[in-house]
Design a protein around this ligand. Sequence first.
Ligand code: SF4
Length: 344
Amino acid sequence: MEATQKVRNPVEKIRVSSGSAIVLDLIEGFLNAKPTTAYLLTYLEGKCSANCAFCPQARSSSGNTDMLSRVTWPIFGADRVFSKLANSVQRRDTLRVCIQALNYPNVLQDLLTIAETIKSEGITVPISISCQPLNKEEMKKLKEVGVERLGISLDAATESIFSRVKGNIAGGPYSWERHCQALLEAVEVFGKGRISTHLIVGLGETEREMTRIIQWCVDNHVNPALFAFTPIPKTTLEDGNQPALSHYRRIQLARHLIVKGETRFDKMVFGKDAHITSFGVSQEVLRREIRSGTPFRTSGCPNCNRPYYNEKPSGPIYNFPIQPSHKEVEEIKRQLRTFLDGKK
Ligand code: SF4
């Protein structure tokens, strides 16, 4: 019996985020910060069958199909992507692969084939997949071909916002209940800490609502990855605004302290407009964590740093793709000064 059977690869084309394409030497370009994860996107002639209000890939969006968030994702031949990926992993430029899925009938087959090919080519890199809810059998198939982590994006902090931006009100195929259930099932299949969900700050939720869903994620062994809402042209939410930086910093800090087990939602205090007024930790812990800069880095799977997914390199920076500098931490302290009782 031949040792490893080469997998026939029906996937001809793959989209690659422009930053990852530069790191993989697929295109030339300058990067302020290099993605440490290679971001791939399943290729589809046409639009996604879902209809998320913030997404240029959405069924009813007339947005550019080269875009996901504010990033362009050019198309490449799949075989070329795999050989460049192998080199980049060897150079240790790429520490993870994330395959983002559009929603279309054959998507599971494409995800299986891409993951299987990466493994069969002997490319030793952990694979994450970010996709719509799948059933347990489908998730098990992904795990069997070597997928390490799965992301199923709630995006919204509450059921009502969910239905408005990606559920029935948005004309989308998704339900809050099915998404939550799929996250719990994914933890059963892949294990605790191997599942993530994306949460977009700035879709109309309060800080209390965002903090509560972060706590729900952590209590159910799901890793919450934060995104700042980014208005994209020709999407339903193109006229929306990005969240205020101080608001985003409070949510980043809350997420970090909850994930680290330093506090819990029910220990925190919320004031007017359900804004956070206390994180439920000592000043010493607060200052230590803020000073570290770590809470303000991109959150998600290990080595997922998503440079400039939600902001221009010129800033303001929401998710820091690399460790914030001393000057940047000083600026963050100013954004959170009300919590630092005037002691810098
Ligand atoms: S957190 Fe990052 S690596 Fe993980 S699924 Fe999301 S985008 Fe992909």
